[in-house]
Write a protein of this length. Structure first.
Length: 322
């Protein structure tokens, strides 16, 4: 693989292209300053304005959300896994029918595998612009987002209507539902009654891993973060490892799966048969199957990254295959 070919598989943090109209709450006060990024795969954006950096998916999607302080992402749920790690800032995750069933605060480097089958939202509670990186299960990310009924109702008051085709229409720009397209139906009371509202202790105990713990567990080998026998036990169609400075020996190796490297801290030198490159915090790199490569810190100081690999498990509800 030539350096030019590999460069096309690296999405630099500084080159990320945001979409500010990605979701139905794009005009809703308190949520109208969000920025959505689709890094690998089409993600779940509802806007035709969304830029996709790498179209090919390895069985899952990679995205990101950037938000100024006190800006939140409205209550929604997914049919497949939604995993976040905190790249920058401090974030509050909350859940439940009205977002009041529980909450947990995550700091930089922490990771959460939000359970399917529950409404969830998140808010930047820090003092600066903050960024979370996301892994969404499935090539099509589970078929989109299911919004809480009150989110859809409030969005309509501010001019946005979501069609049953999964596309947003903005009446402020003179748009309306095309002929034959109905509004996205609201979830029924029966469907709402089936949604989970897990306790804080369950979410924190089963679905959250802290950065300092992963650093400790990765002192001699990569720390298994999400997987059948990992800190967070799940088989959502992908597995996540945490790699620190002491985890790897620098030797070149290859694996039959797709590997996505997502840099958390430090600068890492990527070497492969054909060239070298340096990956920096916030960069995402898609390593193709069977490509021999090595990754090691290029400078002194703290260094860490998340490594995501596809598995043979089918994307589906959190914990369904355990």
């Amino acid at each position: 693989m030539t350096p030019l070919e590999m460069n096309a598989r690296i999405v630099r943090y500084g080159d990320l292209i945001p979409c500010r109209t990605a979701f139905i709450d794009a005009h809703t006060p308190g949520s109208d300053q969000k920025e959505n990024f689709t890094i690998i795969g089409g993600g779940v954006s509802e806007s035709p304005d969304q830029h996709v950096h790498i179209n090919d998916t390895p069985g899952f999607n990679i995205g990101a959300a950037g938000q100024p302080p006190r800006v939140r992402n409205s209550l929604h749920t997914h049919r497949t896994a939604e995993v976040f790690f905190i790249l920058k800032g401090r974030w509050r995750f909350f859940w439940g029918r009205y977002g009041t069933a529980g909450e947990v605060v995550l700091d930089e480097g922490d990771i959460i595998n939000l359970p399917t089958g529950m409404f969830r939202g998140f808010e930047n509670i820090g003092t600066d612009y903050a960024m979370i990186m996301a892994v969404l299960g499935g090539d099509d990310a589970g078929g989109g987002v299911l919004w809480a009924p009150q989110v859809i109702a409030e969005a309509r008051e501010h001019g946005l209507i979501l069609g049953e085709n999964g596309t947003l229409y903005d009446s402020k720009q003179g748009q309306q539902l095309p002929a034959g397209v109905q509004p996205m139906p609201l979830m029924t009371e029966a469907e709402l009654a089936e949604l989970r509202e897990p306790s804080v202790s369950e979410v924190v105990g089963r679905y959250v891993a802290r950065y300092h713990d992963m650093m400790a567990f990765s002192s001699h080998a990569p720390c298994e973060v999400i997987g059948a026998n990992a800190l967070i036990k799940d088989r959502p169609g992908f597995e996540v490892d945490f790699v620190s400075r002491d985890s790897l020996d620098g030797a070149m190796g290859r694996v039959p799966q797709h590997e996505i490297l997502m840099i958390m801290r430090g600068h890492w030198r990527l070497s492969w048969e054909g060239g070298t490159s340096v990956l920096n915090p916030g960069d995402t790199c898609a390593i193709p199957p069977d490509l021999p490569y090595a990754i090691e810190p290029s400078m002194s100081g703290e260094a860490s990254l998340f490594r995501v690999r596809n598995t043979e498990d089918q994307a589906g509800p959190t914990g369904a295959l355990l």
